[in-house]
Design a protein around this ligand. Structure first.
Ligand code: DGJ
Length: 744
């Protein structure tokens, strides 16, 4: 009888469809979730609060982000009832599974093929260091063992929170992370105006405003590298309004510190509340996490202000200068860059004469751009040489050392360009290491700007890239500055090194880049690094942890630059915005603008020049010297002052902004006419901001013999200057004026 039964069971197993057999493995043993005490956890800065509720069942909900609320425990009484949590919208870090049906911050696929994760509070702790309080909240899935730690660094004075998440596979089997956002926010307002940035080569950071409806809005980059040339991983969100307001109203500004593929999503639910997720893009990146391993996400940085976009920008800038940008408090030198003045066509002599001129005009550094390297494959155009980083013996027989010494002898610092992540097929490197190139088996390796991308997920390539930087630094004692370029996106991706684990590629490329940069900073803490990627292809707070400044765009036309700088500066402080005066007609747009206008625009960032000085007339050189000289008077304000935007170039014919010292004693005001305005004969009135109303400021226009403003040279109270009485005459398109203010 027993035998018969066993036979029948075996037969049943044999005839049951595979699916049904698998289903038999599912059990319905409900895991017991430990009850916890209902409590509020508040992450606070001087003026803001991020408030969470721990429910008795251990679910962690987000209740509030915005103004500081007094005792956050007040929220205990106000918290929603259980019925309101039916779909679990508003979870602090929503995981795919359980009752949650929205966009997940965390989506895990387990070894048994299941996708459910339910996270419950396990505890939290608060630690403090100078200026920053860290709150870490532990969550766990009691079925799979998945563990999540939400970490919030709250910078008190700056009112900025930098949030990241640590995801640990506490189960016994490997899993795949399908979504792994850095953090989530859940916001309640009547209206949401999203301001974000799109772009293209030579037109980065173009502003777009969008009133959010109920469909999900996603801002994403899948470019692999050069990730921010299209979209930037940052935004401003105006609450309760359909209008972008500079000086008033509640605004949240956010930015992801990551230089690879990113994704920001904004989902307005049926209760009209807004769920925001920011993190690495999950595109082709189902990240494998072995048992016991932890994945640490990049930081999502955000701030809230009731003083409009201006207040939000100032919070972010103050935080970035102090805590995020490499050497953020430091003033970086003015410079002459060889690119638009010489391109690939130079000899030692050309460069020496440029250095002579740079020194004579009062600049502080000379930067040798592309074209200095490659011998078997000389870099005389963009089609050869990338990868072979020895100085070209024909163009520069005396070597780089000779150039650097010459610069130093002239009192100039010396900088040099590299593009270490790339190789031209026409290079010794590409021949020697074909397996170092990003490629997909059996497919064409597509070129972009005649070059291939090196596979930075491969540690051997990381060593090589570090070596390029290291050897370049050894080319001469005292190389002061490296311009790090990166001129294409990843296409048809694949890593020979990662073999069957291609899902790791995009994440590990970026981590590989950061590994290299970390090593560089350990060895070369003082060298100034400019982060360039065909212009603004790597404008993000991840890269800025290692870099001192960014090249915001290859478009050096002053008019285009106004739009690019205006928007860049909404999120990133002026100290990182390299801005160069170039020749006219402009090489990118063909636009012709006066030299003074070009200087006045470039002086609102880190001033540089990028032209052949020999082509300037005597008067132009005199003006250049004057503008450069006066820049040093207020440069510290550009680098560390608070920005106040007085007129947006998107709103009319003028652009104006000012930087005010932290003690409000000094300020510099930049004003520009970008379109002819016939009614401007009586002057254009601007309300100066950020000044102390009770102080008296002497106003001095710079770089002119006849001032554009009737009050030039006189002293006025801060309140008078804020009243609209400041009205310089900017009569024509490209009229511009810079005013320096100092309290008596
Ligand atoms: C792109 C950069 O953005 C330019 O400034 C210049 O360095 C070129 N690359 C050189 O190839």
């Amino acid at each position: 009888m027993r035998k018969t039964l066993l036979l029948a069971a075996a037969l049943l197993v044999a005839i049951l469809p595979a699916e049904a057999r698998k289903a038999k493995k599912f059990t319905h043993n409900t895991v017991q979730i430990p009850q916890v005490s209902r409590q509020v956890i508040a992450v606070e800065t001087d003026n803001t609060a991020l408030v969470f509720l721990v429910r008795e069942n251990g679910q962690l909900m987000m209740l509030h982000y915005g103004a500081r609320v007094g005792d956050p425990a007040q929220y205990l009484a106000a918290a929603l009832s259980d019925a309101d949590y039916n779909t679990l919208a508003g979870m602090a870090y929503p995981a795919s599974g359980g009752r949650y049906i929205g966009e997940p911050a965390l989506h895990v696929k387990y070894a048994d093929g299941t996708h459910n994760t339910e996270l419950y509070y396990t505890g939290h702790q608060v630690t403090a260091r100078e200026g920053c309080t860290t709150t870490s909240i532990g969550l766990q899935d009691y079925v799979t063992g998945m563990e999540v730690k939400l970490v919030y660094d709250a910078y008190g004075k700056e009112n900025v929170i930098a949030a990241h998440t640590e995801i640990r596979n506490g189960g016994g089997q490997p899993v795949a992370l399908l979504n792994y956002a850095s953090a989530a926010l859940y916001i309640d307002a009547d209206e949401y105006l999203l301001t974000h940035f799109h772009g293209a080569w030579a037109a980065e950071m173009q502003l777009e405003h969008e009133v959010l409806g109920h469909d999900m809005k996603v801002i994403e980059s899948r470019r692999g590298v050069q990730a921010t040339q299209g979209n930037n991983p940052s935004f401003l969100l105006s609450l309760g309004t359909r209008e972008f307001r500079e000086n008033e109203g509640e605004v949240i500004a956010g930015a992801l510190a990551w230089s690879g593929n990113f994704r920001l999503s904004f989902d307005r639910d049926d209760a009209h509340r807004l769920s925001i997720l920011a993190g690495i893009s999950p595109f082709a990146s189902a990240y494998p996490l072995k048992a016991g391993d932890t994945f640490v996400t990049p930081e999502f940085i955000y701030t809230w202000s009731a003083e409009g976009a201006g207040g939000a920008s100032r919070n972010l800038h103050r935080w970035a200068r102090k805590y995020s940008i490499y050497d953020g408090g430091q003033v970086n030198p003015t410079l002459l860059n060889s690119w638009e003045g010489a391109y690939f066509n130079f000899t030692t002599e050309t460069l020496l004469r440029m250095m002579d001129d740079a020194a004579l005009m009062g600049l502080e550094m000379f930067v040798l751009d592309d074209g200095w390297f490659g011998n078997d494959y000389p870099r005389n155009g963009d089609n050869a040489g990338l990868g072979d980083w020895e100085p070209n013996r024909t163009k520069l027989p005396e070597g780089i050392d000779y150039l650097a010494q010459y610069a130093h002898g002239k009192g100039l610092k010396f900088g040099i360009w590299i593009e270490p992540e790339m190789a031209n097929p026409a290079s010794n490197l590409a021949h020697a290491h074909p397996d170092w190139v990003v490629q997909s088996p059996g497919r064409e390796i597509y070129q972009g700007r005649n070059q291939w991308v090196l596979d930075l997920s491969n540690p051997a390539v990381q060593d090589f890239v570090f070596g390029i930087f290291d050897r370049t630094m050894q080319l001469a004692p005292g190389i002061d500055y490296i311009k790090w370029d990166c001129n294409r996106v990843v296409q048809s991706f694949g890593s020979p090194y990662l073999e069957s684990e291609q899902d790791r590629f995009y994440v590990e490329y970026c981590q590989g880049l950061y590994n290299v940069m970390r090593r560089i900073r350990e060895k070369y803490p003082r060298v100034i690094v400019q982060c360039c990627s065909s212009g603004g292809g790597r404008v993000d707070y991840g890269a800025l942890r290692y870099c001192n400044e960014i090249w915001t765009s290859d478009n050096t036309d002053a008019l285009s630059r106004i739009y690019i700088q205006y928007a860049t500066n909404l999120i990133y402080p002026a100290c990182v915005m390299a801005s160069h005066v170039s020749a006219v007609p402009n090489h990118q747009t063909g636009n012709v603008t006066p030299l003074k206008f070009r200087f006045d625009v470039a002086c609102a960032g880190r001033l540089g020049m990028e032209l052949q000085p020999r082509n300037l007339s005597t008067q132009e050189r005199a003006l250049a010297e004057r503008c450069i000289g006066s820049y040093y008077k207020y440069r510290d304000l550009v680098f560390s002052g608070d920005v106040y935007r007085l007129a947006s170039p998107y709103d009319g014919s003028y652009y104006a902004l000012m930087y005010v010292s932290q003690d409000k004693r000094r300020a510099v005001v930049f004003t520009y006419c970008i379109h002819f305005e016939p009614r401007n004969v009586g002057g254009k009135s601007f309300k100066l901001s950020g000044l102390d109303p009770s102080r008296t400021y002497r106003v001095q226009e710079l770089n002119v013999d006849r001032s554009a403003w009737w009050g030039n040279g006189q002293a006025f109270s801060g309140s008078f200057l804020a009243s609209g009485a400041f009205n310089p005459v900017l009569p024509q398109q490209y009229s511009s004026a810079i005013f320096y203010l100092e309290a008596d």
